[in-house]
Design a protein around this ligand. Sequence first.
Ligand SMILES: [Zn+2]
Length: 272
Amino acid sequence: MERRRFLLFLAAGVAGTAVGRGTAGLVDPARAAVPTAAAAEPVVAPSPLPGVLPAPTGVVDRLPGEGSSLALTLDDGTSSEVVRSVCEFAEDSGVRLTLFPNGRYSSWEENGDRLQPLIDSGQVALGNHTWSHLDLTTLSKDEVAEEIGRNRDWIEDTFGVRTPFMRPPFGSHDARVDRISADLGHPTIVMWNGTLEDNRLLTPGELMAAAREWFAAQSVIVGHVNQPTITEVYDELVELIAERGLQTVTLADVWGTGLGGVRTTSGSAALT
Ligand SMILES: [Zn+2]
């Protein structure tokens, strides 16, 4: 029932998309402010976005320049059920996501058949969150390189992509970590300027309160594919994004041409 209502809502949103796109992608603030599903602006961002930038070297915590983009980034993947649900959410809604998996969790491979088409189409981008989610600043140089390098190789072997993005677990990093990350092919250290606050188990109301506090133009939002709460608020998240006139983007939509491009394969051609 819930899922059907959600799909109907999306159908209403997509019906408005063609009209919105036809007006050069401009968001009319008056329309965007109307908090009804029927009048909501579409969530789906044009793809690929114009003006894709090279991946920067250094730390980023927001999207560059002016605009109405929102980067939803989801980390870890301790729950296979939540990973699967988020894949279905992306399929159903068209919402663009960046995922930062830890390869130690089997959830990613268990849902590989759902994830791969989303990755191949560019709707989902990946970043490196290290293999086993340790505080990198407490590790030796070799251990840091192992944590990042093992996960980099796993991402490439599993999903056929390279990514310039690295998010240190707990957001804990320093100049040494950043340098090792860059040497391993991840020059862009991705922090955030907004959060779903779901690194602990929240009620749906608590998660949506965080979303209402932090969802804003050009923000990078951190969340997790661990606790089930996010799976209970998809409708509300989509409505909030629409009400605020935001369009979801992946980090690769914004910074996609560094290091010869994020995706090392096109279509379903896999790397060996
Ligand atoms: Zn994490």
